[in-house]
Design a protein around this ligand. Sequence first.
Ligand code: GRG
Length: 308
Amino acid sequence: MSASKQRSSPRQPSQFNLETFVASSTVSVNAALDQLIPSEKTRPATIHKAMRYSLFAGGKRMRPALVLAAAAACGGRVADAMPLACAVECVHTYSLVHDDLPAMDNDDYRRGKLTNHKVFGEGIAVLAGDALLTQAFEIAALAKSWPRYSHRDIILEIAKASGSLQLIAGQVADLEGEGKKTSAAQLKYIHERKTSALLCCSARLGGMSANCSTAQLTALTDFGYNVGLAFQVIDDILDVTQTSEKLGKTAGKDTKAQKATYPSIVGLEKSRKIAAQLTDKAFAALKPFKGRAVELEALAEFLLKRES
Ligand code: GRG
């Protein structure tokens, strides 16, 4: 059966409820993050307030959900995956805090709230981002080890996804491309790094936390890459089709900043088609799990259909 056929077949509601999975994983991730991040009263209080402000601003927690879903697909335990789910959310939140700075995207709203620098000032926002990134590595370093994957493997995984060849590379290309003519290939390069790398890393970390086999890790990489790219294509579409209220951030910013996006290069309809095709590929990648990756399948479908 083709992946698109699989996707269009209705799922039994009793089989798996994604809403319940995401809601309960969000509650557990929030509780774990609350334990892991120094309290607002810990000196210097300002930095911990700023870190917590953005971390608990109401993000969708999609990367942690991916970590936990990938762990579940590999038969892992939530407790073993949780530190890594928290680590990726710290990296993600750092990237948003820095991306919103006047020197980058210069945005006033994120997750429906004023951006970090609007509340704490630019200096503290830079430091809050730095501290969140550093916190991710501390969390991973303090996590318990796994037989097949060492702390070195885990730390490398996070470092590579957030480093100058992936997340930062995507941001650099994005900054340098503003106002210039961008080809579809260049745009794919940006999206692969700026967005897909951390989503792919999330899926891989979930598998690694469950001591997954090499074949499972390959499947999760393929899944994460395609879901990650689809995520950004959808993000581009939402930027031009949704309101700021719905998105919790300024809508239409990409067009205003003359940023290349999938809709601006290939149009809205083709963009939707590309996102669906990437989701099909993500589904196909899950074949080795023989139907046991229900959480990942449901997440991929949800991400394709999301409206914010
Ligand atoms: C500053 C190093 C550095 C990198 C910035 C993440 C990023 C790169 C820029 C933010 C803007 C953007 C469009 C990023 C692409 C990834 C993306 C769509 C982020 C938003 O993720 P969501 O929708 O956000 O999961 P929430 O708030 O729900 O967590």
